[in-house]
Design a protein around this ligand. Structure first.
Ligand SMILES: *Cc1c(COP(=O)(O)O)cnc(C)c1O
Length: 447
């Protein structure tokens, strides 16, 4: 892979630097406070796993804009495909006069998503829009109303998807009312509940039976590996039991792969780790390599239940974003980026797997591929430690490493690096995170 910025962390000013600070002042005078920011460092260039800010600092990106630039920032081949398409045709609206790129993306997604049956797709602009469309399609196909989502789930910020998102703060607070017929049910969270997959599935199913009634449920939505919820990975067998229950009861199983899909976890889709074939899959973040594009892909008979004109949207699957997606999918296959994600997992496991033994406030390190969580707790307990997370993130970002936060209690450090990040950059980034953890330990012991 070629990189236009050297793959190296390099600081030439304090962070944020003077130009970032000046931009921050302008931003405060013009941008809504509601669009909160993790680190007020303004970026102007990206390549691979490195972001360069307006002051010339080079930072290691462990977030990928929340799992979007999985194949690396500003991939030159994607940039060329975008430029070429932008010069030829930028928009027709597929539902007025169609074009081939849209069809090609649908063909590729049918081939790559799990399941040996005919699949159809719709392309849209964002993750939340994909989830909304999956809800509409599931209701239309089943003729049922209720949508079930898991505890700690994140499904988006539109009104319907806010109702499916678990955490009240900051995603929902004060912005209701929300639509009805949406239920959150208990998940399998091995670190916290200690249950086997079978036991946790029984608890989930019992909740559905006693609070909702299976015959009311149109669809069960799940992130096979939760992202914003704190890299929660349900125990082995959990999703198989849930999927069997869904099948027996005419409930559609929808895998929300918006964060964990498209090579991030070392497979095309994270539900493959659980050996389950979903009826529908929602896809977004990593698909466009930074360009906005999202999809719902699934069983043809389900996807075709909607009347023509019942789903769509002006910009969905626009030719430029579709060209980017086609190039992203081609690069993942050609350059074995599933293998690269598996390499990142091995390197991370070896480098940070021992943290729970080394730090009294690290409860668990877990993840698949280039998707890891470090759950921070109060020493000797499983109580969440959001203060430690805040400290670690602020320490790391000021030294040129950008991790993410996550978890319903804001206590899970989250890593979503590009799968092209080198082992050397992982090592450097993890050294900074270790310094941050050491620094927190010292600051607590001094109190
Ligand atoms: C980000 C995310 C969404 C929402 O996607 P947007 O593009 O921000 O609307 C939905 N589900 C999951 C699992 C996500 O990570």
């Amino acid at each position: 892979m070629e990189f236009t910025v050297e793959q190296e962390r390099k600081l030439v000013t304090d962070l944020p630097g003077p130009k970032s600070k000046a931009l921050q002042q302008r931003r405060e005078a013009s941008v809504s406070r509601g669009a909160g920011t993790l680190a007020n460092i303004y970026m102007e260039q990206g390549s691979g796993a490195i972001l360069r800010d307006v002051d010339g600092n080079q930072l290691i990106d462990l977030g990928c804009g929340i799992g979007v630039t999985t194949i690396g920032h500003a991939n030159p081949e994607v940039a060329a495909a975008v430029a070429e398409q932008a010069a030829r045709l930028t928009h027709t609206l597929f539902t007025v006069t169609p074009y081939e790129n849209y069809v090609k993306v649908a063909e590729k997604l049918a081939q790559l998503t799990p399941g040996d049956f005919e699949k159809h797709s719709i392309l849209v602009n964002s993750g939340a829009e994909a989830v909304e469309n999956a809800v509409k399609i599931a209701r239309k196909y089943t003729g049922r109303r209720v949508i079930v989502a898991l505890d700690h789930a994140f499904h988006g910020r539109t009104n319907l998807t806010m109702a499916m998102t678990y955490r009240p703060w900051p995603e929902r607070a004060g912005m209701g009312p929300f639509p009805g017929d949406i239920f959150s049910v208990p998940i399998s969270y091995p670190f916290r509940d200690g249950l086997s997959g079978a036991e946790a599935a029984e608890r989930t199913i019992d909740y559905i039976e006693t609070h909702i009634g299976a015959s009311e449920v149109a669809a069960f939505f799940a992130e096979p590996i939760q992202g914003d919820g704190g890299i929660v990975i349900p125990a082995e067998g959990y999703f198989q039991r849930i999927a069997n229950y869904c099948r027996r009861n005419g409930i559609l199983f929808v895998a929300d792969e918006i964060q964990a899909g498209i090579a991030r976890t070392g497979k095309w889709f994270s539900i493959e780790h659980h050996d389950v074939v979903p009826d529908l899959v929602t896809i977004a973040k990593g698909l466009g390599g930074g360009m906005p594009i999202a999809a719902v892909t699934g069983r043809a008979e389900v996807m075709d239940a909607v009347q023509p004109g019942g789903i769509g949207g002006t910009f969905g699957g626009n030719p430029v974003s579709a060209a980017a997606a086609l190039k992203v999918l081609e690069i993942i296959e050609r350059d074995d980026l599933l293998g690269e994600a598996q390499r990142v997992e091995r390197t991370l496991r070896e480098r940070i797997g021992g943290w729970p033994q080394r730090y009294s406030f690290v409860g668990e390190v877990r993840g698949r591929g280039a998707m890891f969580g470090v759950e921070l707790v109060l020493p000797g307990t499983k109580k969440p430690n959001p203060e430690a997370l805040k400290h670690v993130i602020s320490y790391a970002t000021s030294r040129g490493v950008i991790p993410l936060d996550s978890g319903s209690w804001d206590s899970v450090l989250r890593f979503l690096p590009s799968v092209v990040i080198s082992d050397a950059l992982i090592d450097d980034a993890m050294s900074v995170i270790e310094e941050a953890l050491d620094d927190f330990e010292v600051s607590v012991n001094q109190c």
